[in-house]
Design a binder for this molecule. Structure first.
Ligand SMILES: [Zn+2]
Ligand SMILES: [Zn+2]
Ligand SMILES: [Zn+2]
Length: 727
């Protein structure tokens, strides 16, 4: 019997070909396996029974990172084969499908790493075809040893013997190394495991240690030590932003967090993201690790270094080593960060942060998409090659061509010059890796965003398409779920430049991929002091009270200044932002009033949520062509009764979102709703709105594969641009 098949799905760069080789040779088949554009092509020739067993085994027990979506049968082949071979990838295969993401350490490598009798016991760079760094060590394509920074090291004869043996798990494992060859960890004069033991000792005695990982340096300290955590906050100048904690295994995770099964699966998955979970009652971590919230980000060791570092250790804070809003450090960190530096001599070719994920509605959702998810492709019908530059905060960029989109890793805040430089470098690196040349550039409507200004540097694009921020949010949902019909879009967001030049943020759109109509929004209010009000949220609360005629109920020290700003419109821009409304009500609930990072008060407001008896009234006022959501009643209700403002506010907002959708459905007959924007990172709000909308028979969608915050913008821009040019 001879069969000719293609396995498609996640099958490239994940050890699939050597796996197929091992199974096929086990059953004495002849034929071949190779990568092609659509997936992995095989010819199996042998006894009927053996061929069937081979296919069954491949389907039922693929490598942990692989996912077989489909198996196609191709035309019969006439050739005869004397043995089974792994063939070279044909040159015409698109580079993009062959760049694998970084893969967390596999169980086999982990067992060997911890086995005293294994030659790679405690070898801090153990990897195989099933696991190890990929994108973060890649310089160019094709993905082979010489194209990676592992190629800077000469293989020893032991590693070489495994590398060339097709039946070995390390056959063509490009990052193969052992204690006698390959990169080494160092700390001062100490090397290898000695250096790691020293790092452990330093952490246990209350120090902060900088540690080089896959995509950059982390700062590490004991998670139970207030003093050490405080030290990291000082070093990073990071305000109260939550930090992630690494624990050795699932049992340790269960000690500090209450875990749902979806969260457990995410934690253990080969991608090993930071998973945001609920703190447990016996949470024995310093309250300074994640001060404003009832949640904590935890993750498991994903490199051999982390396994050895965290083994037999209490939970350790592991947060990216960077200064406020600057990108993650990849070269030797300055001594001002910490004198204790555990580093290695393998170059990181592309700096990449940890991914952050969570479970909502029982499903995984990305909050920050980076390591181990990028550069996985997302299908997107593409007529021309489009470069989408993203927004200003939490930036990513997107290439779309050949009916696929490559969304970059999280890069960060474009207002920071060093981070913007990182954006430039990453864009150039990806361009060169994927051989990408845009004919169209999509960018945000905001005239002075760094990404918008960057378009002047683009010389090959023939056309530039500006795209409204919230349209891009909703289009990202349409693209992810392959929806081409009109949809009701709720953008619940912090800041986005509106088509009328004001700051938008709580918008109801009737949107298609190519265009949209703004049919409803929050009644605008003023932000006295502009950007300053995002940090000093009492200004927002005052402004809301003032504009409700209730200013006498609120006590602010600089009342006169604020009043003048509001009366005379001095530096008091209008906004319809839901994020800012959250800030204002958080202050009325007794939180803040200062936010040390964006959304701090909104996060705190969510954390004190309790189910309410009554809700705050957000009145929907229909003006025919569009409607407005009036928050003034809610302000007076909050002053009248300050009890459980969090619960009543969340319920009131969820309820008016549903009212808005019902009104639009009555007028347009549209029954689909897309939810996107940074405020939907609020799990209470998202789950409440979702439940109420589905109870009211709406079909509801949101971003899962990409973050609902601004990390999805560049993809949404690409979706809009492709639709406008007829893709
Ligand atoms: Zn492995
Ligand atoms: Zn070796
Ligand atoms: Zn946004």
């Amino acid at each position: 019997m001879k069969v000719h098949l293609v396995f498609s799905g996640v099958v490239q760069g994940v050890g699939f070909r050597p796996f197929v080789y091992r199974v096929a040779t086990k059953y004495n088949l002849s034929g071949f396996v190779r990568n092609i554009g659509k997936g992995v092509e095989v010819v199996f020739s042998g006894e009927d029974d053996d061929v069937e067993k081979t296919i069954d085994e491949i389907k039922s027990n693929p490598p942990p990172q692989a996912r077989i979506d489909k198996v196609f049968e191709l035309d019969k082949v006439d050739s005869e084969y004397s043995k089974f071979e792994i063939l070279k990838t044909p040159e015409e295969v698109s580079a993009a499908i062959l760049v694998p993401p970084d893969i967390g350490i596999c169980d086999n490598c982990r067992d060997e790493l911890l086995d005293l009798n294994n030659p790679r016991y405690n070898h801090l760079f153990i990897s195989c075809t099933d696991c190890g760094p990929r994108l973060s060590v890649l310089r160019n394509l094709p993905y082979d040893r010489q194209s990676t920074s592992s190629g800077d090291f000469q293989m020893c004869s032991f590693c070489k013997s495994e590398y060339i043996k097709p039946s070995n798990r390390r056959y063509h494992a490009q990052t193969i190394a052992c204690k006698n060859c390959g990169p080494i960890y160092k700390m001062g004069n100490l090397k290898g495991e000695e250096a790691v033991y020293e790092a452990k000792r330093l952490i246990l005695s209350g120090n902060v240690v900088a540690i080089k990982g896959i995509g950059g340096f982390h700062l590490a300290c004991l998670a139970s030590s207030d003093k050490a955590v405080k030290k990291i906050r000082q070093i990073k100048n990071r305000g109260n932003e939550p930090m992630a904690v690494m624990v050795f295994g699932v049992n340790d995770a269960k000690l500090i967090a209450d875990l749902e099964s979806c969260e457990l699966d995410l934690l253990k998955s080969w991608r090993k993201p930071i998973v945001i979970v609920k703190k447990s009652h016996n949470y024995l971590i310093s309250p300074l690790v994640a001060p404003d919230t009832d949640k904590i980000g935890i993750f498991l060791p994903y490199t051999p270094l982390h396994v050895v570092l965290i083994c037999d250790m209490p939970p350790v804070v592991l947060t990216s080593a960077n200064l406020h809003e600057e990108p993650i450090i990849t070269d030797n960190p300055p001594e001002i960060l910490t004198p204790h530096i555990l580093t290695n001599d393998r170059e990181i070719t592309i700096p990449i942060d940890d991914s952050v994920a969570r479970c909502v509605l029982g499903k995984p959702q990305l909050v920050r998409r980076a390591r181990s998810y990028v550069p996985e492709l997302i299908p997107l019908k593409s007529k021309k090659s489009v470069l989408a530059l993203g927004g200003q905060m939490k930036n990513t960029f997107t290439f779309s061509w050949d009916d696929q989109a490559l969304v970059s890793h999280h890069i960060g805040e474009m207002g920071n010059a060093t981070t913007f430089e990182r954006f430039r470098e990453s864009l150039e690196h990806f361009r060169q890796l994927f051989g990408f040349k845009e004919s169209i550039c999509a960018h945000d409507l905001h005239p002075s965003y760094e990404t918008t200004l960057y378009k002047k540097e683009l010389t090959i694009a023939q056309e530039f398409i500006p795209i409204q921020h919230h349209h891009a949010h909703i289009a990202a949902v349409l693209g992810e779920h392959n929806i081409h019909e009109p949809i009701i879009g709720i953008a619940a967001d912090g800041t986005g430049y509106g088509s009328d030049g004001t700051i938008w943020g709580f918008e109801f759109l009737v949107a298609k991929r190519a265009d949209f109509k703004r049919v409803g929004h929050l009644r605008p209010f003023r932000l006295p002091g502009g950007e300053v009000a995002i940090r000093d949220c009492k200004r927002i609360a005052y402004s809301l009270a003032y504009q409700s005629g209730l200013e006498k109920f609120i006590d602010v020290s600089n009342k006169d200044v604020l009043k003048t700003q509001l009366q005379k419109s001095i530096n008091a821009p209008w906004t319809s932002s839901l994020g800012r409304l959250f800030d204002g009500f958080a202050v009325l609930a007794g939180l803040g009033p200062f936010a040390t990072y964006e959304a701090e008060l909104a996060i705190a407001l969510e954390s004190i949520y309790m189910k309410p008896d009554k809700l705050l009234t957000f009145k929907l006022e229909d003006h025919g062509e569009h409607f407005e959501i009036d928050w003034r009643y809610a302000i007076s209700e909050a002053f009248e009764n300050p009890k459980n403002i969090s619960g009543r506010f969340h319920a009131g907002i969820a309820s008016v979102m549903v009212d808005g959708c019902k009104l639009i459905r009555e007028k347009t007959g549209i029954n689909r709703v897309a939810l996107s924007g940074g405020c939907f990172l609020n799990k209470v709000l998202l789950e409440m709105v979702w439940t109420e909308l589905t109870t009211n028979k709406f079909d509801v969608y949101t971003n899962f594969a990409l973050p609902p915050g601004d990390g999805c913008l560049s993809f949404g821009q690409a979706v809009v641009a492709q639709a406008r040019i007829g893709g």
